[in-house]
Design a protein around this ligand. Structure first.
Ligand code: GUN
Length: 297
């Protein structure tokens, strides 16, 4: 391996420490405790794991954590009523509705019912529009975590060629927008992209967010490029059991890249750290206080 490892686990710990410091100051100087509400509908096992982890880490940085676990048959009206209640609760500064939602619920409708100032996922159309026009917004957590790691490693990203593989609303599109706002030349590649290998070979920065295990081989990577792997895929091991892999083939990519995030321990831990960061930012904005430096885009 020649690439430098970008240690997301260690970076996330520094983000959480900074969040905890700001939370302590909000409490001691202003008597305010930032609060995050997480709403889970149904029993998707992966979602249950994420929600538990979010609740635990929220408490660890000194914030208030509220979990609403609703059964899979919850009606849209009941879910919207809960969101309305949380929108009007002054002790709650961030609201996250875990996705995916059960099929009978309209995700767009539900997400857009969250007040934009409490939309710590940055999925509300107002926040998407603000980000797209370079205005102050809530920024989606996973792309924000990727951006923080890229800025930390490179300093300025200005003028770099970036290829984002994947066009989801959660990662691909906001990631491309953030890189564009940092003056990268950005290409969004996806399942219909022609000559994907050639497109990726041009990139100084590759962000892989497609959800296909080990899809990007090392011979697609420009020597010295930075590879950010958003994928978390569980695959069977030949000898039995399973293991987690990303969307890039780590071994071959690490042999060519200048820097690379591992899976696990790369982007994953940064996502929840950025959720906590967004909650503190939302809390400061809601109270007319100066927002923390370095925790937003
Ligand atoms: N499901 C997978 N990733 C996310 C995320 O970042 N936010 C929410 N709300 N749901 C998700």
């Amino acid at each position: 391996m020649t690439a430098q490892l970008i240690d997301g686990k260690a970076f996330a710990a520094t983000v959480r420490a900074s969040v905890a410091e700001h939370v302590a100051r909000l409490k001691s100087d202003h008597g305010i405790t930032p609060g995050l509400a997480v709403v889970l509908v149904g029993e998707d096992p992966a979602s249950q794991v994420y929600v538990r982890s979010k609740g635990k880490q929220t408490l660890e940085v000194g914030m208030k954590s509220v979990e609403h676990k609703l059964d899979a048959e919850t009606s849209e009206a009941d879910l919207l009523r809960l969101i309305d209640q949380l929108n009007n609760d002054d002790s709650i500064h961030g609201i996250l509705v875990q996705l995916p939602l059960p099929k009978h619920l309209n995700e767009d409708l539900v997400i857009n019912a969250i007040h934009p100032s409490k939309d710590v996922d940055g999925f509300h159309i107002s926040n998407v529009g603000l980000l797209g026009t370079g205005q102050k917004s809530m920024v989606p957590c996973t792309p924000l975590g990727c951006l923080m790691m890229l800025r930390d490693y490179h300093g300025s990203l200005s003028g770099m060629d970036a290829v984002v593989i994947g066009r989801s609303n959660i990662v691909g599109k906001p990631m491309a927008q953030l890189l564009l706002n940092d003056s990268c030349t950005v290409t969004i590649a996806h399942s219909r992209t022609r000559d994907l290998a050639d497109v990726v070979r041009r990139a100084d920065i590759v962000v892989a967010a497609v959800g296909r295990p080990q899809m990007v081989p090392g011979d697609w990577i420009k020597p010295g490029a930075t590879v950010i792997d958003v994928g978390i895929n569980r695959i069977d091991k030949p000898e039995g059991g399973t293991r987690l892999v990303g969307d890039v083939d780590f071994e071959s990519c690490a042999a060519v890249a200048g820097a690379i995030t591992p899976v696990p321990g790369g982007v994953g831990p940064m996502t929840i750290a950025c959720l906590l960061a967004n909650t503190v930012t939302a809390c400061c904005r809601a109270n007319g206080l100066e927002e923390p430096q370095g925790l937003t885009a």
